[in-house]
Design a protein around this ligand. Structure first.
Ligand SMILES: [Mg+2]
Length: 235
């Protein structure tokens, strides 16, 4: 069971720091972990440290920064080598941009820069413009993606599909049918990998152009579906 976090397991918030893991989701993850003998992972664009903070003391596998960092089920932490391609220059440019555009903010997630405009939708075009310009300047080293009220420059080669493919080669995920649920454009990288393993790919919310085989409308539907899956499987 591979789960995206924001917008899939918990509703999106005005700021990523405002999100918590409610008791219902905490109980669900714990039950999934027990039933499938640890074969549960959160696969998120969030920093690994952030995911650990949100889910402690749950022991499941965590994948942060779209696959650049991960904590395996045995608690070991791993990370790709960070490519320092003008990271401080990008941070400076984005810092100055956010000063000029109140309501926008950016996160330096070690392997990615995310520029958010949820609280300043009027800045969408300006955000797109600055991130496209940064991508043109540093495009060999960063991939630009656009999500829900955010744009993200992430280290080239990091994506959720690659992360899930790697996990499927190792215990406790090996030789199981993968399920992946995600709600955003960066989750689209993972759906074809899950489909190629004859798995169950589920997009939450918008479905137009999605490579996912199935669809759920909301976080609430994800939670209800997981609960019914658990009750069927644990009988
Ligand atoms: Mg999401």
């Amino acid at each position: 069971m591979f789960l995206d976090f924001d917008g899939t397991l918990v509703p999106l918030a005005a700021h990523p720091d405002a999100v918590t893991l409610p008791p219902r989701q905490r109980r669900l993850l714990s039950e999934c972990h027990a039933l499938w003998e640890g074969a549960v992972a959160l696969v998120s664009g969030r920093h690994l440290q952030d995911l650990e903070h949100l889910t402690t003391p749950l022991p499941m596998t965590l994948v942060g920064c779209h696959g650049a960092q991960w904590r395996t089920f045995d608690g070991n932490r791993h990370a790709l080598k960070r490519e320092h391609h003008d990271a401080s220059r990008i941070a400076t440019v984005l810092g100055e941009f956010c000063d000029r555009h109140p309501g926008t903010f950016f996160e330096d997630k070690t392997y990615a820069f995310a520029l958010h405009y949820r609280q300043a939708p009027q800045c969408q075009d300006a955000c797109r413009d600055i991130m496209h310009r940064l991508q043109q300047a540093h495009g060999r080293h960063y991939t630009l993606s656009e999500g829900k009220c955010l744009l993200e420059l992430r280290q080239a080669g990091c994506h959720k599909g690659r992360a899930i493919e790697a996990l499927l080669e190792t215990p406790p995920f090996r030789d199981r049918t993968p399920i992946f649920i995600g709600d955003d454009s960066t989750d689209e990288d993972a759906f074809p990998i899950v489909n190629a393993h004859n798995g169950i790919s589920i997009r939450v919310g918008k479905t137009v152009g999605s490579k996912a085989r199935y669809h759920l409308n909301s976080v609430e539907e994800v939670l209800t579906w997981l609960e019914s899956l658990l009750s069927t499987q644990s009988r």
